[in-house]
Design a protein around this ligand. Structure first.
Ligand SMILES: Nc1ncnc2c1ncn2[C@@H]1O[C@H](COP(=O)(O)OP(=O)(O)OP(=O)(O)O)[C@@H](O)[C@H]1O
Length: 256
């Protein structure tokens, strides 16, 4: 289904200006500036602790920058957190998880109409979980749970889709299916920003990348970002950073 929402293709939809993002006074992402345009597929890559999830949460509106600015151009946004942040022991069925994608349009306690149930069933079918509506989420495999979360994003029908490590601990067949869905979203004019660790996958499927090491090492076309030199710089920075540093790096102090 093509997307008619503003802004038009190629327009800036996420803009970061000297954004420093963190927890209390502790900065996790320093002085980040850059833009994402509508219809782009952007990968956010970097070592553990380099600030990827923090950035995604800020773009999702769950955190505000300590300083600087993070602006979105009035987009409906869908955010898929890391699996580790989800409590699978919560007594819920698959359809409840997918229905959460509808809360902005229906309200949290709103009754779901037959049309909503049909939409949830269609999303589950599309994602290879047809008939799983009443399965308890604690009975799903990791890959099935990830598919259910993609179904939740599907029903949200969002223009901007934020995925935090969507392929963690997922088999190749499932990754292939989910990548096909991401490409379909792009063809529909949606914008996707995904935190990823597999650089070969990024090179093959994500034309743009941001390489983070608490600050931006490089942001642009993937071929110019994921160079041996940039990856070396990111590694060097990682070796130097203090895990619990409370300071904020000024641009002039960042690793060359
Ligand atoms: N809720 C929090 N409170 C305080 N510090 C946090 C919190 N969440 C993350 N941090 C810290 O912020 C820094 C960046 O963490 P973040 O989760 O953004 O990194 P990441 O690149 O996504 O890492 P990973 O690849 O391991 O998921 C880390 O030093 C982390 O310890």
């Amino acid at each position: 289904m093509p997307l008619s929402a503003n802004p038009p293709p190629g327009d800036v939809c996420v803009s970061l200006t000297d954004a420093t993002i963190g927890y209390g006074a502790r900065a996790a992402v320093h002085h980040l500036s850059g833009q994402v345009r509508r219809g782009e597929l952007t990968a956010v890559v970097g070592a553990n602790g380099s600030g990827k999830s923090t950035l995604i949460k800020c773009i999702a509106g769950l955190m505000r920058p300590i300083s600087g600015d993070c602006r979105l151009s009035h987009l409906a946004t869908a955010y898929m957190p890391q699996q580790s942040e989800l409590d699978r022991s919560f007594p819920a069925q698959v359809r409840d998880v997918v229905a959460l994608g509808l809360w902005q349009s229906r309200g949290l306690l709103g009754r779901h109409r037959q049309a909503d149930c049909d939409r949830i069933a269609r999303a589950l079918q599309a994602i290879g979980l047809g008939g799983f509506e009443t399965r308890s989420i604690d009975s799903l495999s990791g890959g099935q749970m990830r598919r259910a979360l993609f179904a939740r994003v599907l029903v949200q029908d969002a223009a901007l889709i934020l995925l935090d490590e969507p392929f963690n601990a997922i088999d190749e067949q499932t990754i292939g299916d989910l990548l096909a869905l991401i490409h379909r979203w792009q063809a529909e004019g949606r914008t996707v920003i995904a935190v990823l660790h597999d650089l070969d996958l990024v090179r093959a499927h994500f034309p743009r990348s941001l390489l983070l090491a608490r600050h931006s090492i490089a942001w642009g076309p993937t071929a110019t970002v994921l160079t041996p030199e940039n990856l070396r710089r990111a590694r060097r920075f990682r070796q130097n950073w203090e895990k619990d540093a409370a300071w904020c790096l000024e641009p002039s102090e960042q690793v060359a």
